[in-house]
Design a protein. Structure first.
Length: 95
């Protein structure tokens, strides 16, 4: 029988507004934000919004990233600024 850890059980009990505030204080470029996205379902959405809201794709990685954006609504729906290489930025809404 598998049970959730006490930490994830407590994380599930927090009001969503509090989870959003907590995740909002985590630096956007840190591994901590990625860890937050894995805590539980209620933490995943706010962490994903922060992780993927500004996506920078080097030209050499473009062919690998485009299929990911096309196949993952979780990622593509959160991208608000897509930067290709270092010269071009496009404001967009992928929804």
């Amino acid at each position: 029988m598998t049970s959730a850890s006490p930490i994830s059980q407590g994380a599930n009990d927090l009001p969503q507004e509090l989870v959003d505030k907590i995740v909002g204080y985590v630096p956007g470029s840190s591994g901590t934000l990625l860890a937050c996205s894995l805590v539980c379902k209620s933490w995943s959405a706010p962490a994903s919004r922060r992780l993927f809201d500004r996506l920078t794709v080097p030209k050499r990685r473009l062919r690998a990233v485009l299929p990911l954006l096309e196949s993952s609504e979780r990622i593509s729906s959160n991208v608000k600024l897509l930067t290709l290489g270092s010269d071009h930025s496009y404001e967009t809404d992928f929804r």
